[in-house]
Design a protein around this ligand. Sequence first.
Ligand code: UFG
Length: 328
Amino acid sequence: MRYLVTGGAGFIGSHVALTLLDAGHDVVILDNLSTGHRKAIPSGAQFEHIDLVDSSAVDRLVAQGPWDAVLHFAAISLVGASMAEPYHYLRQNTLTSLNLIDACTKYGVKRFVFSSTAALFGGVDRLPPIPDNALVDPGSPYGESKFFVERALLWADRIHGMKHACLRYFNAAGSDISGRLGEDHRPETHLIPLAIDAMLGRRPPLKLFGHDYPTPDGTCIRDYIHVADLADAHISVIDQICDRSVTYNLGNGKGYSNLEIIQSVERVSGRSVPWEWAARREGDPSVLTADFSRIHQETGWQPKINDIDTIVGSALRWRENHPNGYSD
Ligand code: UFG
């Protein structure tokens, strides 16, 4: 099979591309390298240095099909930053996705897998875990931009018959278990890598955003899913969308508070994580955990890495071995 992967130099896109290559498929990666890393592009993938804003370049690449599926990861994806720059987020993620969807429908792509997000459910506090059919109410412009793309894909199905899978990731974490890839965001804003770096003394003490959320210990709760499990889910859905479109939640189904994540880093490393309280971060919902029963029932997929210490341990190993991330 031959796949086009946008954002394949980024954290999740590179892990999915690697899984596709490991399974013997051909992979072409499109990335503008604005947040991704050239060194994260798995060997064996063909790389096209293209910005999705450039509709002519996108058109030319998509025309070089046929593609068995297009997998779309490229996006700007920070909840907090999207509250500070709402129109930039809305414009960037929708415009780039529309350029791609437009080209895909023009050249007869049949299957499209979209990297969506649990941030679609961030606007109201609700009883976890969140089912696949939960009411969408984005808590940030980032979530809103992803929802717009889901809606655009609905029209691409109705009008052009392009089937899609919208995969609403909860908190992607961890690293390739064999250590080939890792997580290196610049700036890094995610809890697990920041806690690890604080523990390693590479950063100042971790700031814990908010202590008065309506949760047992007052800190936010998130559902961490190992990036290898996310990658497997992509493979599972590609077969699923030959004749219908689907939308699935992808998580582990279990939540951990921010304080529990610090404790996990301390357990796995045997060292303490320096941290201090800080004000809430705007746009952060208190609890996000997934009910992933629909994808399990329909494809048999379920997460294999259920233990938070294993997830944290894989992230820790990569960061220990790559003190400067992909700059090493
Ligand atoms: N946190 C801190 N201090 C930090 C960084 C994070 O306390 O320095 C807290 C956050 O406030 C939040 C939790 O740790 O309560 C998790 O934050 P992350 O930034 O690691 O992840 P988010 O839940 O904000 O967002 C991630 C992805 C989004 C995706 C979302 C879905 O970055 O793209 O998960 O759940 F939409």
